[in-house]
Design a protein around this ligand. Structure first.
Ligand code: ADP
Ligand code: MG
Length: 301
């Protein structure tokens, strides 16, 4: 196959592992910076151009689109879809998963376990919002945050009110969530490909830290999932329309609850924690599923 990895940087761990895995399985793999792709938008012969040449004869695309350029990255992926090229994740699903609120709404509609979550526009409605999630302690999140930045634990009602007022004063969109204390600073990353969890790790926050993000000093280890956790992760990825997804969940008193669903999950943490060849499994998935005109997304939200 001829495979393109859309990535800003060929030297990133995930990108270089995917390239290596593809080449070792006999494929031709190119890393293309999506921000350097340009396109013609026409009913006949749509193209993606790169350094003056059209990208042609491609069998599959693996998008590795960072949060900061979702808009343009998704447009490049969409153009490949218009050309009939198979993509590991479709543009709609990538855009959809980047919006935490939209993501939670979609999951709730499918009856998938979530922390009780509230959302409001006006600071006049803070009291009502705090009631929805059962009062303090609670977690406040910036909708556009990643890597744990913009996730705050408010221990008291007063602290919650001032944090919400401060964020809203800056015009930031936030959501408010029940604090899953029993998770004890641990979350679980399930790496889903197709309809299977192919690897899973637990991440434990540094001592005294409720956020388990590795970027915040957390540490990772292999974990055994319960059947319920497995099926929750697979259902979440499917609900979002993602073929490849990093599904994060917490172990709560009322079963697994989803934190977020990531469309470009990193490979370094999970491969190191589990010794599983995740990159190879992504390539294998493409070998089994790629084909022309297989754009499928029909999720309405
Ligand atoms: P980000 O996109 O920045 O990673 P998350 O929503 O994943 O934001 O939150 C970061 C981490 O904070 C989670 O992995 C989890 O460990 C912790 N956390 C987030 N929400 C809650 C919650 N409602 N209850 C308990 N811990 C939480
Ligand atoms: Mg997270």
């Amino acid at each position: 196959m001829r495979i393109i990895i859309l990535s800003r940087d060929a030297s990133l761990y995930s990108t270089s592992r995917l390239k290596e895995a593809g080449e070792s399985r006999g494929h031709e793999v190119r890393v293309i910076d999506h921000l350097r792709c340009y396109m013609n938008i026409t009913p006949h012969n749509p193209k993606v151009m790169y350094q003056g040449q059209p990208l042609e004869g491609i069998d599959a695309v693996i998008p590795r689109i960072g949060a900061s350029n979702t808009f343009y990255g998704a447009a490049v992926v969409r153009q490949f879809e218009i050309m009939g090229v198979f993509t590991a994740n479709e543009s709609q699903a990538i855009s959809r998963s980047r919006d935490k609120l939209r993501c939670l709404q979609i999951l709730s509609r499918k009856g998938i376990g979530l922390p009780v979550t509230g959302f409001a526009h006006s600071t006049k409605d803070i009291d009502g919002l705090l009631d929805i999630v059962g009062g303090a302690p609670l977690v406040i999140k910036l909708l556009e945050g990643t890597q744990g930045i913009g996730v705050v634990l408010a221990e008291t009602q007063q602290a919650a009110t001032s944090v919400i007022e401060a964020f809203r004063g800056l015009d930031a969109n936030i959501l408010v969530q029940e604090f899953i204390k029993e998770a004890g600073g641990m979350d679980i990353r399930c790496f889903v490909i197709g309809d299977k969890v192919i690897a899973a790790m637990k991440r434990q926050g540094a001592p005294g830290e409720f956020r388990s993000n590795l970027h915040r000093g957390g540490s990772a280890a292999k974990v055994r999932l319960t059947p319920e956790e497995r099926s929750t992760a697979v259902r979440a990825a499917k609900a979002m329309g993602l073929r490849v997804a990093g599904v994060d969940l917490l172990r709560s008193n009322h079963g697994p609850v989803i934190m977020e669903v990531n469309s470009s999950p990193g490979l370094e943490g999970i491969e190191n924690a589990t010794d599983i060849d995740v990159a190879g499994k992504i390539i294998e998935f493409l070998e089994k599923n790629a084909g022309p005109d297989k754009t499928r997304d029909n999720i309405k939200y």
